[in-house]
Design a protein around this ligand. Sequence first.
Ligand code: 4AD
Length: 460
Amino acid sequence: LKEDASLPKAVKVTIGNKDVELGDGANSKGARVKVSGRIHRLRAQKQATFITLIDGGGHLQCVLQAGDLTKTYDALTFAQGTSLTVYGEMRKVPEGQQAPDNRELHVDYYEVIGASPSDEDAITNKVSSAQNQWDAQMLDNRHLVLRGDHAASVMKLRAHVEWAFTKAYHEMKFVKVSPPALVQTQVEGGATLFKVPYYDEEAFLTQSSQLYLETVLPSLGNVYCIEKSFRAEKSLTRRHLSEYTHVEAELDFIDFDNLLEHLEEIICRVIDTVLSDAEMAAFLKELNPGFTRPSRPFMRMKYADAIEWLNKQDPPIPNEDGNPHVFGDDIAEAAERKMTDAINRPIFLTHFPVEIKAFYMKKDPNDLRVTESVDCLMPGVGEIVGGSMRMEGYDELLAAYDKQGIPAKDYYWYTDQRKYGTSPHGGYGLGLERFLAWMANQHTVRTTCLYPRFMGRCKP
Ligand code: 4AD
């Protein structure tokens, strides 16, 4: 195949560029362009071969009239994944037909850059669209699954959501920090710590950056971070990962109500930012057609009332041992999910008992049995946020370490916050994968991260 030297020189464009002049195939000529990408879909018909080309910026329909263009060895072995540069005139789609962005490239020349197999090794044979994307075979082939439209739109949505958090915090004047991932203290209990050798010492992968965020409130004011957290979760559930992206913030000189209001504000701002972007709104409409921004205020429900609610159902929703819930029980994932799905709107579940919550949580001055704590529960997923006010008193904190068998000496830098000018403060952590699972209506968090890590899987 040879490029026709009499044609105008082709201008290099990407598929995302929508300003290219379109011809009508008769009187007006469109721009002659060259576009590099990969074959996403291929349809060979008698009159012409149709290629849907992708380059990350969208989809482009390319038309190769049957003849010299379609008879080459390259053309006969075109397959999903083949990378190539196509040259030709950009035209409007003829009346009555459809193509992405209502345009198509009438190819006059192409160069194959990298062929792709069309035999038993073909991408379609490795990632059958009939299977769920969280199946083992699909996870083994995650690198190929990520080439698909569904996975790509979830990943683009994820990128936008993360940016929307950054934007919202910036507008609210929170300072971003980057705490360490290698630590020697725990935040959320020893059972889920990953141990790593650290020279001659032992270290852990961080479970949460919260304690570090607290240390910089005095000089930076309200702070946030978006970092990885690690949990050696021994359970294989739809919403547990070993490595996840944790959006955490800490606010100084606030009370518990301020914390709940801030949480509502940040969640709604992020959703508004996403919905105001036409491309993201379109992805969301595909992934979760019924999605709307939740109305404010979110429902507030105390832990004690949730226990009562669970017991009042017909039939009652039992605890993990199959018995009626009593005050002090953990509300397990299944019960929490049933309640959230039945109520079917975001819930701030608050005031958990001291015994089932982390050592650092502030007790409610009006009821010392419970903490000023909150979980934000979303339909379909359950808990997506965990937060609380933090213990302010020096002696109280030392007693709390003691009660949980935490060696106070390793936490001197955290305890010092109470020694050098304590303050009423609080914060939260939001699991980005769970937030996305809720927003994009994903069955599991395993499809909301690039390469999921959970018990039994640490590849690809
Ligand atoms: O409730 P958690 O354990 O709270 C903390 O870590 C606090 N120290 C955060 C803070 O106040 N700065 O975790 C917070 C959120 C959960 O609500 C959940 O969304 C997510 O982190 N999360 C997980 N996501 C995926 N896989 C796991 N194994 C997760 N564990 C927690």
